[in-house]
Design a protein around this ligand. Structure first.
Ligand SMILES: *Cc1c(COP(=O)(O)O)cnc(C)c1O
Length: 469
């Protein structure tokens, strides 16, 4: 084996072994980090192995331990061993997964990965799919198909006539939607004015009447975007009521299921997403709950002709089962990474059973962490997880403390917890309040990680309290 590769393998193995003992957060400042790298473009080249050694040394302390089991910020998945290994091979093989002709194996593996995901998530078998860089681009794919199809029904061929002068139509989406929905819409030519934010109830679900009234106000068929778990509290819209209502008004229903769609793989959780299979397009991520390394999102579209029409470069939009599947007909990119190798590996490593166990275990740990952190004097639970996301606040106990004092104290405690290096959380704003999000999604997280994270919270609160005395 090439010496550089051997060395790199050792660096990678050491990184994984150290996850348990290294600080989870970053330990160096922006200035320190900037000064660590070569600051000028080198004029002459350098030995490859030396480049790697220097890179590893310079990044030390500047990487987050998001691959570890004690990282609970945002919604960031880990990497299963086989998925990580397949990702290394994907880089080594260096295939361009644009066309069957460019990489026959990449095209065929993608066929299986897409088919298996439809089965796992209980989506219609006739749906087409695309592997994207993430859920935002999966929104882009689903919404491109929606835009093409709704315009086609209004007698407008978007591929031929473009968008300028096209008949306008609205987008209705939850006021708890992820900002990636707004960005995907912006790329597709929808401005803020075409977007109607639908009011949600205390559980974060779209109020039925709000959707109905908005649908009735519209003069053109709409795109309706529903949540299969929002990022703050894992709120899932009532698909059984909302999807038929939207369809009765001629709407296209798109679902943001970045992580929540995977709850379909758990027999004890899937009732939460009852009826989601009736939507028209779905966006999810493999780099979240499936624990495939970054980056990999997945889009599914029931109307495969609309999907293909929106992306294909071929004159005929009719896909044939007899010929190979060219990824370029379904994806926004031209040249692209063979993302499906890692997905295929992850699905094989876990199997249906393993995925169900992973989903259930994440939810149990999230509940148990929120309950235990909630017992710390001064902590207040804002939301107990119904899935794998919960919210905690650390109010300021001084008499007369205001909301902004509570927000500040919550941020201080989160920073103090992260400073322990034992666990890492992020802040969010929910219903106008700053909160600490507890998000459990990494396959590595185990009971010991939960214990260490809860202990870190106790320590941080005690330290902050004694500093204030
Ligand atoms: C993470 C997330 C997204 C965005 O996904 P990317 O993979 O980062 O593009 C969208 N919606 C929800 C609910 C998310 O949690």
């Amino acid at each position: 084996m090439n010496q550089t590769m051997r060395q790199t393998l050792e660096h990678a193995a050491a990184f994984i072994e150290d996850l348990n003992s290294c600080a989870v957060g970053s330990t160096c400042s922006l200035d320190e980090l900037r000064a660590r790298f070569r600051t000028e473009l080198p004029t002459t080249g350098q030995d490859a192995g030396q480049v790697i050694d220097e890179l590893v040394a310079a990044t030390r302390g500047g990487l987050l331990g998001s691959a570890s089991g004690r990282f609970f910020a945002w919604v960031i998945g880990g990497a299963l061993p086989s998925a990580l290994a397949a990702d290394w091979l994907t880089s080594t093989w260096n295939q361009n997964a644009a066309l069957y002709a460019c990489s026959p194996a990449a095209a065929v593996v993608e066929e299986y990965a897409g088919k298996w995901l439809k089965e796992l998530l209980g989506l219609p078998s006739e749906s087409s799919f695309a592997f994207t860089s993430g859920c935002q681009m999966a929104h882009f794919v689903g919404l491109s198909a929606a835009r093409y199809e709704l315009l086609r029904k209004m007698g407008w061929d978007a591929n031929e006539q473009g968008l300028f002068g096209a008949p306008p139509f609205p987008v209705l989406a939850s006021d708890q939607r992820h900002a990636s929905v707004d960005r995907a819409l912006r790329y597709l030519g929808f401005g803020r004015r075409s977007l109607d934010s639908l009011a949600t109830d205390a559980d974060g679900k779209i109020i039925e009447q709000a959707l109905l009234e908005s649908l009735e106000r519209q003069t053109a068929p709409a795109i309706v975007i529903l949540n299969a778990a929002d990022l703050n509290i894992g709120a899932i819209d009532c698909f059984e009521t909302l999807i038929p209502m939207a369809h009765a008004h001629g709407a296209w229903v798109h679902v943001d299921g970045a992580f929540g769609l995977f709850a379909r793989a758990s027999r004890s959780k899937c009732h939460l997403l009852q009826g989601v299979e009736a939507a028209d397009s779905w966006a999810t991520d493999a780099h979240k709950w499936l624990n495939v390394p970054f980056d990999c999102g997945v889009a599914f579209v029931r109307n495969s002709s609309a999907h293909r029409a929106a992306f294909s470069i071929q004159a005929s939009y009719i896909a044939s089962d007899k010929t190979a599947r060219d990824q370029i007909d379904w994806s926004p990119e031209w040249s692209r990474r063979g993302r499906a190798f890692s997905v295929y590996a992850a699905l094989c490593e876990l199997g249906r059973d393993g995925i169900e166990i992973l989903i259930n275990r994440s939810c149990e740990y999230a509940s148990s962490m929120v309950e235990q952190i909630g017992e710390i004097p001064g902590a207040e639970v804002l939301f107990y997880p119904t899935l794998n996301q919960g919210l905690i606040r650390f109010p300021d106990s001084r008499p007369g403390a205001t909301d902004s004092d509570h927000d500040r104290r919550t941020r201080e405690i989160i920073a103090a917890i992260n400073d322990t290096g034992e666990a890492f959380f992020s802040a969010t704003t929910w219903r106008g309040k700053t909160a600490m999000r507890v998000s459990v999604i990494n396959w590595r997280t185990n009971e010991e990680d939960v214990r260490r994270a809860v202990a870190a919270c106790w320590n941080a609160v005690n330290t902050a309290d004694s500093a204030n005395k």
